[in-house]
Write a protein that binds this ligand. Structure first.
Ligand code: GTP
Ligand code: MG
Length: 448
């Protein structure tokens, strides 16, 4: 393994954000980490003689000078996050204080941990497979409760379980094929040892999993939703309703919003960036005209456009043209004061009373997720790496099917079968190279 991820060394890192806070947690791991910290720790008990899962209060000293008052959590191998001896230090969350503690740790032989290095050690020590290791990162970076739930299900092994099942089916077939291959060629019966049923089952499991990528990606990356419409249609009012705060200026003066504003929201659990834009009209004001130009750009690049029409003003030719030329969700706003019923194709809403908001959220969800409703118990993949390996396995299974139908020799078929199994082994991490690992873990945060 390349230097930087050397597993022999003791590592340390701040596991909480770099900023002023009540507490900061510094994580350390490696053989000898407990003894190293014990050499600069004075507390009610000797750190080095503590059992795993103990907490002890004390002070860290650099020579004679106290560095910080801390609580130290001790974990003994293999019962720790990394599978190694570990100490977690709960310090005061001042930046100079945290720096001083880290300096002290470097002095006694720790080095700064690389991104994801704790989780990588956990993987190398057999505590988690790669799908669970990836889930750790997704859990930290999840942008909505639903995304977090899906990552949690992956962490508990939902993907690993499905992959493992498919892999067992394939290795069963492979074992039977290999027995056949041991017979002399003229005795071998290609059909005899081959369980097509098992192959279909494995292929079903993998196809279902591959099909969840669309949903997984949706929850991981989210969508961009732009609010568009003429001036005074109520875009900013609706924007604020989504945010549940008065973020964007609302007024009855046309052209109130002169630039676009973004904010993060979640729609039925899908993380979204919502964008309020400048009302569309011809303007002589160069600033407003520039704002409209920019707004047009964000509208065109959005995943979903909500096009608002002021129901009291009715649909103009511009409105009709826009709706005709864009795959948008047309909204008939101000139903609280508007007498005219919403024309065909519009969702009636009121940005003031919130009427119709539920329907609007449903429509957004429908556009984004289609009919792929997600049950959080189900295994859902959201990593490109996983998707590609599942597809590689499915391709190989396809070749096996073609080979069997064409009555190809079993040893040829066995090569594709092996490839199908190997792709799954790479997915869970049974087969990996250090390059793959370092590339994967380098996207993690330091301290995880
Ligand atoms: N009664 C009623 N008034 C609304 C509704 N939505 C917006 N308004 C009012 O309509 C006016 C314009 O609303 P804005 O949200 O500022 O409109 P906008 O589309 O952002 O306008 P620009 O920023 O100028 O493009 C304000 O006076 C709002 O209070 C609604 O559903 N019902
Ligand atoms: Mg506005």
């Amino acid at each position: 393994m390349k230097q930087g991820y050397d597993t022999e060394e003791c590592i340390a890192a701040l596991a909480t954000p770099w900023g002023e806070s009540a507490l900061a947690v510094i994580r350390t791991s490696g053989t000898g980490s407990i003894e190293k910290i014990a050499s600069v720790f004075k507390g009610s008990k000797n750190l080095a003689s503590l059992k795993g899962y103990s907490l002890v209060y004390g002070r860290l000293f650099d020579g004679d000078s106290a560095v910080d008052e801390v609580v130290a959590g001790v974990y003994r191998a293999p019962k720790s996050y990394t599978g190694e001896d570990m100490v977690e230090l709960f310090c005061h969350g001042s930046l100079p204080g945290v720096s001083a503690v880290l300096e002290l740790l470097y002095k006694v032989g720790f080095r700064a941990a690389q991104p994801g290095e704790f989780t990588m050690r956990s993987f190398l020590n057999g505590k988690v497979d790669l799908t669970r290791a990836e889930a750790v990162n997704e859990l930290i970076s999840s942008k909505s409760r639903q995304a977090q739930k899906l990552a949690l299900s992956r962490l508990s092994g939902s993907i690993f379980g499905a992959i493992d099942k498919a892999k067992h089916l394939l290795t069963d077939i492979l074992a039977a094929v290999e027995i056949q291959l041991d017979y002399a060629e003229d005795e071998a019966d290609p059909e005899a040892g081959f369980d097509m049923d098992k192959l279909d089952k494995a292929s079903d499991i993998l196809s279902r999993l591959a099909a969840t990528y669309h949903v997984g990606k949706l929850y991981k990356e989210g969508i961009r939703i732009a609010l568009a419409g003429r001036t005074n249609a109520g875009k900013s009012k609706l924007f604020n309703l989504f945010l549940k705060e008065d973020r964007s200026i609302v007024s009855d003066i046309r052209g109130t919003t002169r630039d676009y504003i973004e904010s993060s929201v979640a729609v039925r659990g899908i993380p979204a960036v919502l964008i309020d834009t400048a009302g569309l009209r011809d303007s002589d004001d160069p600033v407003e005209a520039e704002g409209i130009k920019r707004s047009n750009m964000v509208i065109e690049s959005a995943d979903i456009i909500l096009y608002l029409v002021d129901g009291t003003a009715g649909e103009s030719q511009d409105d009709a043209d826009f709706i005709k030329n864009h795959p948008c969700i047309p909204l008939w706003n101000k139903t609280d004061i508007c007498k005219m019923p919403a024309p065909e194709g519009y969702i009636p809403i009121s940005a003031v009373t919130g009427a119709g908001f539920d329907k609007l959220e449903n429509a957004i969800f429908q556009r984004a997720a289609g009919d792929k409703l997600v049950d959080t118990g189900e295994a859902v993949i959201d990593s490109m790496r996983q998707k590609e390996l599942i597809e590689r396995s499915l391709d190989a299974i396809g070749k096996v099917k073609i080979g069997m139908a064409a009555q190809m020799p079993l040893d040829v078929v066995a090569v594709d079968l092996e490839d199908a199994v190997n792709a799954l082994g790479e997915l869970t991490g049974e087969i990996t190279t250090s390059d793959i690992l370092e590339n994967m873990f380098s996207h993690f945060c330091v301290g995880k």
